[in-house]
Design a protein around this ligand. Structure first.
Ligand code: ADP
Ligand code: ZN
Length: 524
């Protein structure tokens, strides 16, 4: 049995590090105890050591399934420089070379063998693999096996049959570990099932970014806000993300006119300009870059002080990835999201326009709803993210917009009761805007068609704008009183806590920023 002491001394001897990071320790412990393990860790969290170190301690050879050829080569080069025997097999090698490498593995002269998932589909490779002393299989970027991940690759589906074949050939079934940086609980469940990891251990770690302060602002005049925000941070590097090329162009133009050295980046620019912009940003020739989500892949700039989202992205995975480009150097940085209900329509439009299957679309709508909930929650934003990715939220972070309590709670029980009772009377069959129209007292065609102008709740909130009513409904959704059904035309339904409110057994409060108070105070 391998001990953690052995693991630690190997870490020191081979890598020169004094200790494991918290998550690494738990993952490595499970693996050396012989348990299949799923490790979820953000990029840069230190996944490689989680499988390389056990590979050094376990007998025989470790197979690492990795999708990127360039990454494979880098890893193998890095291992060589540490004095570890490692090699890779992928489509860039001649058959003869690959054969030579397999012979080395057979003779016990390799500790790690990196393979692209496509190899496992090749009969030639599978036959030879049966003769190798494989004790451990590590799957990198394991979310690729799931259709619900953001990067599905069919060849990942060859992994489980490959493992079964080894067993059928009379080999002991190797230990397995799977790693990824982005897996929601449902992707995790899916990949555990598809890779046939069985009763495995799960370690989610390292998503907390203590140096990032998250804020969501609703109801700002976005253009004016962005200009002011950037001007106040003239000497800091920042990224502004917008959802459409047009918004990128408009914002870029506005900043340039205001004398800000701004760059732009989107897929509509030619390669040459994209490279130029990327470099200008990297080398601080422009301080701020306005971009669509096409920007960022492979960008490694450590001193980005803020990431401002001009629009709400399509899901939390995208948001965390984009916002996470701030503060890589560990210095305090800001992640601000400017939310406007129009963003919901834009994202729904994108989903509808896509050629995805109905099942997939339903799934995208669900992810969108979690993103919307993030924009409306009054709880700690950092914890909301951690919980979304399956990590346990701890103490409130103390730095996000919700935690930094500039806001005060106001009682909105009466407003909530009006909304719930209206939804109830409309038989929970309509969407947010229809409910808002009825409460506003609108007599539009649809309201009349259903006879809703006769409801006792019709016009009960006429002192508010329809937008303010809709906003309030979204707050109640984010707070778990209401639920939106899935699909293109989601319907608002009551959840059990709403019934308690209707019976007068429960109070509803909303936190309101002081700066927003005049608007909302008259509203409530
Ligand atoms: P990932 O694969 O998760 O993106 P890497 O395995 O490339 O991350 O590790 C990221 C960086 O962290 C590397 O520079 C690595 O050397 C460093 N690192 C990993 N584990 C430790 C540790 N226990 N102590 C110090 N540095 C570490
Ligand atoms: Zn917080």
């Amino acid at each position: 049995m391998i001990s953690m002491d052995q693991a630690r001394s190997t870490l020191k001897r081979v890598y020169g590090y004094d200790d494991f990071r918290a998550g690494q320790k738990r993952i490595i412990q499970y693996i050396i105890e012989g348990k299949n393990t799923v490790g979820i860790m953000p990029t840069g969290g230190g996944k490689s050591i989680c499988y390389q170190l056990p590979a050094l301690l376990l007998p025989g050879v470790t197979l690492v399934v990795s999708p990127l050829i360039s990454l494979m080569k880098d890893q193998v080069d890095a291992l060589h420089s540490l004095g570890v025997d490692a090699a890779f097999i992928n489509s860039t090698l001649e058959l003869g070379e690959a054969g030579g490498i397999l012979r080395q593995a057979q003779n016990g002269r390799l500790k790690l063998l990196y393979v692209a998932p496509e190899r496992l589909e090749s009969e030639w490779f599978r036959e030879r693999a049966k003769t190798l002393p494989i004790s451990f299989v590590a799957v990198d970027e394991a979310h690729c096996v799931s259709q619900w991940g953001h990067d599905f690759r069919t060849s990942y589906r060859a992994i489980a049959p490959f493992m079964r074949e080894l067993e059928e050939a009379g080999r002991p079934r190797p230990l397995m570990a799977a790693f990824t940086a982005t897996a929601t609980p449902e992707v995790t469940e899916d990949l555990t099932r598809l890779l046939e990891l069985g009763d495995s251990e799960l370690v989610v770690t390292g998503f907390k970014r203590d140096n990032l302060a998250f804020t969501v602002l609703r109801g700002e005049e976005r253009k004016a806000f962005a200009l002011d925000y950037v001007r106040r941070r003239e000497h800091q590097a920042g990224i502004i993300y917008a959802s459409t090329r047009k918004d990128v162009e408009d914002l870029h133009e506005m900043l340039r006119r205001a004398g800000v050295a701004a760059g732009r980046y989107h897929a509509g620019l030619d390669d040459e300009e994209r490279v130029r912009m990327q470099e200008a940003f990297l080398y601080d020739d422009v301080r701020v870059i306005v971009a669509t989500n096409a920007f960022g892949m492979g960008i490694d700039k450590s001193n980005v002080r803020y990431v401002l989202h001009y629009n709400m992205p399509k899901h939390m995975e995208a948001y965390v990835q984009e916002a996470g480009r701030a503060g890589r150097d560990g210095e305090p940085s800001e992640c601000v999201l400017l939310f406007h209900p129009q963003d919901i329509l834009t994202q729904k439009f994108f989903i509808e326009q896509s050629e995805a299957s109905p099942e997939r679309k339903t799934h995208e709508y669900k992810k969108l709803q979690s993103m919307i909930d993030y924009c409306y929650t009054t709880g700690c934003l950092q914890n909301y993210m951690l919980r979304y990715f399956g990590e346990e939220g701890e103490e409130p972070c103390g730095t996000c917009g919700s935690c930094k309590d500039e806001r005060e709670s106001i009682d909105i029980t009466t407003e909530a009761q009006k909304i719930f009772s209206c939804i109830y009377r409309m038989r929970e069959r309509f969407g947010v805007s229809m409910v808002a129209s009825v409460l506003k007292g609108s007599r539009n065609k649809k309201v009349i068609q259903y006879g809703f102008e006769k409801l006792s709740t019709h016009g009960e909130m006429r002192h508010l704008t329809e937008k303010a009513i809709a906003d309030l409904i979204y707050v109640l959704i984010a707070e778990g009183y209401l639920q939106l059904s899935e699909g293109q035309y989601p319907v608002v339904r009551l959840l059990p806590p709403a019934a308690e409110v209707l019976k007068g057994q429960r109070q509803v409060t909303q936190r309101v920023a002081k700066s927003l108070k005049p608007k909302t105070a008259s509203a409530v």
